[in-house]
Design a protein around this ligand. Structure first.
Ligand SMILES: C[S@@+](CC[C@H](N)C(=O)[O-])C[C@H]1O[C@@H](n2cnc3c(N)ncnc32)[C@H](O)[C@@H]1O
Length: 294
């Protein structure tokens, strides 16, 4: 069987989102500055130059990011950071980051970690690039961080995670950021089934998803046309989505309860609006974020 591009070379979409987070740290208005000050570690030489020359950075952001996606990534980073920090502060046993890409939370929040194990899962090639950069830049890794290579479409999460030291029956937070849209339905359902059966009550999963109408090319949402082109060019097509209005049933059928559901307008209100009402910008409407519990 031939290898897909992501298996051979790693994910380019994780590079885009990482570049977006790096650019967000250069935002002049500190109310809307991105928190991921380590994202720039992963920039290859040319993006690193672009990042640090304001006029080039602006040009590049305009060319590279589909309408409303930089805004979405900023809001999503803040939302997922919040979930991560809350879990650390609660002293949760484990955090599992599914499709971690260049996620830096284990590093950025290590001072708040009182012994929570953090498992970062990703396809081998993406994870290899990340680990190689961290090693080359002599970043000291926290002892709680465990890297776990996996192909969600080909391997069983339970087998791989348990082998890596994950403890079943413990209270766990699962972060699944920017991943479900790339997976087959069986992989999404299999992951949710594993989470439901393997963890303690009070465990939580946070994930974002693409709205199913986008997969049908209905083109009714702000920024939809623009982002579909970018995803197609990255050769990491979106194949999974959830219908609008179906989220509670979707979760109930899989044994979860809905804790929070953020539509793009909710994300703008919660994460991109300053105290005086100033809004950073409009979010691309193709994605939503959900927090589900057991
Ligand atoms: C858009 S990136 C998101 C990365 C990171 N969570 C973020 O928000 O920046 C999608 C991630 O899913 C991973 N991924 C995609 N398909 C995968 C698969 N079949 N198995 C494992 N990881 C996969 C990619 O390697 C990549 O890191």
């Amino acid at each position: 069987m031939t290898e897909s591009k992501i298996e051979r070379e790693g994910s380019s979409t994780s590079g885009y989102t990482c570049f977006s987070r790096a650019c967000a740290t250069r935002e002049k208005d500190e109310r809307f500055r991105g928190p991921d000050y380590l994202a720039e570690l992963f920039m290859p030489p040319i993006p690193n130059i672009l990042l640090n020359i304001p006029i080039l950075r602006k040009l590049c952001m305009g060319k590279l990011f589909p309408t409303g996606i930089h805004e979405y990534v900023l809001a999503r980073t803040r939302a997922f950071d919040e979930a991560f920090v809350n879990a650390l502060d609660d002293g949760i046993s484990q955090i599992v980051v599914l499709g971690a890409g260049m996620d830096t939370r284990a590093l950025r929040f290590q001072d708040r970690n009182k012994g929570t194990m953090i498992f970062e899962l990703d396809i081998h090639a993406t994870q290899h690039y990340k680990r190689e950069v961290l090693e080359r830049k002599k970043v000291v890794l926290p002892p709680e961080l465990v890297f776990v290579p996996i192909d969600f479409n080909k391997q069983r999460l339970a087998d791989v995670l348990i082998e890596a030291g994950y403890q079943q029956g413990q209270k766990t937070l699962f972060l699944w950021e920017g991943v479900t849209m790339y997976l087959e339905a069986e992989a999404v359902d299999g992951t949710l089934a594993f989470i439901r059966t393997g963890v303690a009550e009070g465990s939580v999963v946070v994930f974002d998803y693409v709205r199913a109408s986008v997969l049908r090319y209905e083109n009714t949402l702000y920024g939809e046309d623009d982002i579909r082109g970018t995803v197609a060019r990255a050769e990491e097509g979106w194949i999974y989505g959830i219908e609008d209005g179906a989220i509670e049933d979707f979760l109930a059928e899989r044994g979860f309860k809905l804790l929070s559901h953020y539509l793009p307008s909710d994300l703008e209100a919660a994460y991109l609006t300053a105290d005086d009402g100033t809004r950073f910008g409009r979010i691309n409407e193709t994605h939503c974020i959900l927090i589900a519990g057991l």
